[in-house]
Ligand binder design. Sequence first.
Ligand SMILES: Cc1ncc(COP(=O)(O)O)c(C=O)c1O
Length: 401
Amino acid sequence: MSDENSTRLDALIRSPFARLATLLEGIKPGAEPINLSLGEPRASLPPFLGPILEEHLNAFGRYPPIKGIPALRQSIAKWLSRRYPALQDAIDPERHVLPLNGSREGLFSAVFPACARKPGIGEPVVLIPNPFYQVYAAAAGAAGATPMFLTAGPETGFLPDLNAIDEAVLNRTVALYLCSPSNPEGAVASPDYLAKAIQLARRHDFLLFADECYSEIYGDEPPPGAIEIAESQTRSLANVVAFQSLSKRSGLPGLRSGFAAGDPAFMGAYFRFRNVACPQVPLPLQHVSAAAWADEAHVEEARGLYRANFDSADVILNGRYGFRRPAGSFFLWLNMAGFGGGEAAATTLWKGCGVKVLPGAYLTHAQPDGANPGQDFIRVALVHDAETTREALGRIVATLG
Ligand SMILES: Cc1ncc(COP(=O)(O)O)c(C=O)c1O
C-alpha cells in the first residue's frame, strides 16, 4: 500500500477505542472501573451451544464452504421467515443468503462488488450516516470510493434526511449504509423511511446495505427490516441487502457469525467475490450458528435484561442529559454540552468515578462546515448485568450532577 493511500485511509478511519485509550492514558480511574464504552453483550452464553460445538469439533480439520452448509442457510432462512412473515415464501437459502464471519467483514467486503456493478460513473460515492460504524468508511476508503457523510441528528430523528441528497451524488452512489436500529442513537427506521430508501436505491441503481445487527434488541415493537419492506411492498428484493449478526442478538460477539441476505443478483456477484477474497465461517461454528438462529428463548431473555437496564436509566437519569429511551439497541446517546462536550465528560467520568464511556465525536465525522454531530455526546453501552448498570448510572449522576 502506498503512503498516499495509507494517509487517506488513516484520515478516514481511526479506531474509537484506540482514541479513547489515548484520551485516558495516564489518568487514574476514580473508582473500580466499569467499562460502558464497548457494545459487547455480557449475558451468559446460550447453554445449548456447547454440546453442538463438541459434536462437530473434528470439522475444524476441514476447509469450510464459503456458501455455508445447507443447515446454516436453511436455519437463517427460517429465522428470516419467522421474524418477518412477509418473507415467508421469498427467501431461497440457495440464492438469497450467505454466511459471514461476523457482519463487520461483510459490511466491508460488500462494497467491492457494489462498486464493480456500476462502472463508468466517475469516482463512486458511498453514503454513510453520521454518526456511523467505522467499517463503512473503511470500506469506502479501501475501495477508492468517496465517502459522503449524511448528518443524522435530532432534527431528522437521528436518521439521515434522504430528501436532502443531491441528484448528481445519487447517480454516482454505489451503496448507502443504513443502520437501524442505529448505533449509537438507537433510532429505528420506519417502514415509510425504508421504502423511501429502497425507492432511491432502485431509481439510482445503488445497493441499500441495511445494517440490522441490533434488530433484536428493542423496547416494545420489533423494528421493521429492509428486505421485509422490499418484499412486502414491491414483491422484490432488488437493490437491498440486509446484514445480520449473532453478536448482539445472541450475545455471541466472539463466535464471529452473521449473514447477508437480499438481492439475488447482487448475492450471486458477492458469492463469487467472497469465494476468492473473504473468510469462511469455520464448520463447527456454522453448526453452532444454525442452532442459535433456531432458538428465540435466549434472545427474549437477553431482551429482558436490556429492558431492565433501560428501566434503571429511566429512574436514575430521570431525563438528565437529554436522555430518551431508544427504540432499539442497547446504547444511551447522552448530551454533554453542559459538561464541556463528549471528550471532556468522558475524562471527567473516568477520573471522577471510573466509568468508561465513549466520546460521541469518535463515532462521527466533521461536516464540511466544521460542525460535528457527535461533539456534544457520549455513548453509554448498557450491556452489563442490572446491578453493575445501576451502579454505573448512579456514579455518572453523582459525578456530573
Ligand atoms: C452498527 C454495527 N454494525 C455492525 C457491527 C459488527 O458486528 P459483528 O461483526 O460482531 O457482527 C457492529 C458491532 O459493534 C455495530 O455496532
